[in-house]
Design a protein around this ligand. Structure first.
Ligand SMILES: Nc1nc2c([nH]c(=O)n2[C@@H]2O[C@H](COP(=O)(O)OP(=O)(O)OP(=O)(O)O)[C@@H](O)[C@H]2O)c(=O)[nH]1
Length: 131
């Protein structure tokens, strides 16, 4: 089981979403920026590190959403989502195929990594516009 932290970064009522590159696991699926927790780091430290690596952004973490345990055919993960906003930095797409700012109503139009679906459902249902 791997532990993965991911960021739901909000700005002007839009959310930043990322498409995995063709070379990554789950190629071309959409996800939230983030990645695997390393030894001796907290989930929040992991999130800040990964978002900085992937997008050159420093974010403020506001609150966690409900974690998701998901079993893909070849690996299992626990995904820990956090609502965030941008603290500083200029967005740079360092690892993904592309990123997009989207209105929450349009989130379902994207081909998401399966583990993310409960997070999107929770976000739309409960937490939009609470930051
Ligand atoms: N960052 C991120 N990863 C996710 C999400 N949903 C989801 O299933 N994952 C999976 O969680 C894992 C995160 O690992 P990662 O991004 O650090 O590493 P990776 O798989 O790209 O690298 P690797 O090929 O070296 O294992 C990936 O296997 C990814 O497919 C998500 O919303 N954000």
């Amino acid at each position: 089981m791997i532990h993965v932290a991911c960021a739901l970064i909000e700005k002007d009522n839009q959310l930043l979403i990322c498409q995995r590159s063709a070379e990554m696991k789950l190629p071309l699926k959409w996800e939230f920026p983030g990645g695997k927790q390393e030894e001796a780091e907290s989930l929040e430290e992991c999130l800040l590190r990964e978002v900085e690596e992937e997008l050159s952004l420093n974010v403020t973490i506001h609150k966690p959403l409900t974690k998701v345990e998901y079993h893909y055919p070849d690996f299992s993960l626990t995904l820990y989502p956090y609502l965030c906003s941008i603290k500083s930095g200029k967005l740079s797409v360092n690892e993904h195929e592309q990123v997009q700012w989207v209105d929450p109503v349009d989130l379902w139009k994207y081909d998401w990594a399966n583990a993310d679906l409960p997070i999107i459902e929770e976000y739309i249902r409960t937490t939009r516009e609470t930051i």
